[in-house]
Design a protein around this ligand. Sequence first.
Ligand code: DQA
Length: 146
Amino acid sequence: GKVLVLHGPNLNLLGTRQPEIYGYETLDDVDSALREKAILAGWDIHCLQSNHEGELIDAIHTARLDGTVAIIINPAAYTHTSVAILDALNAFEGKVFEVHISNVHQRESFRHHSYVSLRADGVIAGLGTRGYRAALDAVIEATQPT
Ligand code: DQA
């Protein structure tokens, strides 16, 4: 079983970018913890961060065909703008979990709407970086690794 973790724009700055909102954990810390958890549960995991919408879409297309059974995605600002990422996720047949580090509903109103939520099987917001681990737990518990 394979799970894909996608991080959208600016998340490469995690740990140094507005730490009062996003915390002090780096993206490497997040991905390392996810890898460890996945491997212990017998899952294959692939983590990718991109600042480019098309690169995220290409990764979703690859996931359609390579046996990926679930995608955990923090689309970052593309959450609120990207019909193209929504369309790509609609072409993917596995589970989709949307993660936001911050509680987007407590922030500016432009962050309250998510295109990706129209497709997501589950949404986690406001748990900090542990939201990614919670999403992976959901994948492990809810999905057969095959
Ligand atoms: C975010 C919330 C988005 O509104 C923002 O643009 C981000 C990160 C989060 O993880 O809280 O870049 O997705």
